[in-house]
Design a protein around this ligand. Sequence first.
Ligand SMILES: NC(=O)c1ccc[n+]([C@@H]2O[C@H](COP(=O)([O-])OP(=O)(O)OC[C@H]3O[C@@H](n4cnc5c(N)ncnc54)[C@H](OP(=O)(O)O)[C@@H]3O)[C@@H](O)[C@H]2O)c1
Length: 325
Amino acid sequence: MRAARCETHGDPDRIVIREIPDPVAGPAEVLVAIEAASVNYPDVLIAADKYQVTVPTPYTTGSEFAGRIVGVGAEVTDWAPGDAVMGTAFGGAFAEKIAVPQTALSPSPAGLDMVHAAAFNVTYRTAYHSLVTFGAVQPGDWVVVLGAAGGVGTACIDVATRLGAKVIAAVSTPERAEACRALGAVATIAYDDENLKVRIKEITGRGADVIIDPVGGTYSELAIRAIAWGGRYVCVGFAQGEIPKIPMNLVLLKGAILRGFEIRTLANHLPAAVEDGRREIERLVGEGMKPFVSETYTLDEVPLALTRMAERRTTGKIVIDMTRG
Ligand SMILES: NC(=O)c1ccc[n+]([C@@H]2O[C@H](COP(=O)([O-])OP(=O)(O)OC[C@H]3O[C@@H](n4cnc5c(N)ncnc54)[C@H](OP(=O)(O)O)[C@@H]3O)[C@@H](O)[C@H]2O)c1
């Protein structure tokens, strides 16, 4: 089969498309023919060996996919060939087939085609738990989303708006601001040109009730300086590359709650919240919620797709459509 391989860590343009043997499903594993796979920022970080966990080279890139089951191991009881599924893996998704533990899969949500199903799982679950489980968002709350035009950011706008919150989208360009408004943001801030703290206070009056931060760097402290008393700041990631150091006097003065989490390990710590989230997300999908996919690429274009994400040039989700080219 064909696969996008990272043979040496570094910039994503080093990734090459190779012919490699098909994976074989173990006894508790399922073999999936991938129809679409979405790009997540960690794919860039893992290729550069800048992620929390090192993946040794060579490996097949890609961590989120949707497709149909084409084989099951002898111990698999929950899945059968032909089932439409979506799933996550630490690598292996930018390829024609993947073998994964049966627990790594969920049914592809009714109403989502393969491209949208591939783009759904990581960002929407991250958005939901950021806002609800950790951000304790309430209808009418002011929610500030940093990096709001990205994959996690656009999902946050969508979920928060559906839950009755008012979203302020912080982004780098007017085009991104426009995309966020189209998704439901009631206000936008150009955080590279405007003072984030001043603008949040101007827009909200009282400050932000919830801040969702997948960006980090210098933006985090500025946003926290504009948090409302008792507000919740949720650390989701560091797309900007720098891990911020927050002066603790801000937390004291604001009565603020600072939390963070990793979707990959959340079920180990909060299984009940994950199950509640699954049901609520399913309900919202039933109401028409679906990811904003701005571009699709072929498997040959994986290096280009990852490079565009690394260079901060993508909006919403970008997807490798395996049925193209
Ligand atoms: N905690 C979790 O479980 C979890 C789950 C999924 C993702 N994440 C993390 O969340 C972050 C966002 O992931 P994503 O898939 O949404 O990525 P994405 O689609 O690339 O979005 C990231 C956004 O960050 C902004 N940004 C600001 N400075 C940047 C820089 N120097 N380089 C790149 N982007 C920059 C960009 O928007 P502007 O240009 O408008 O600023 C971009 O839209 C990543 O750090 C990822 O590791 C965490």
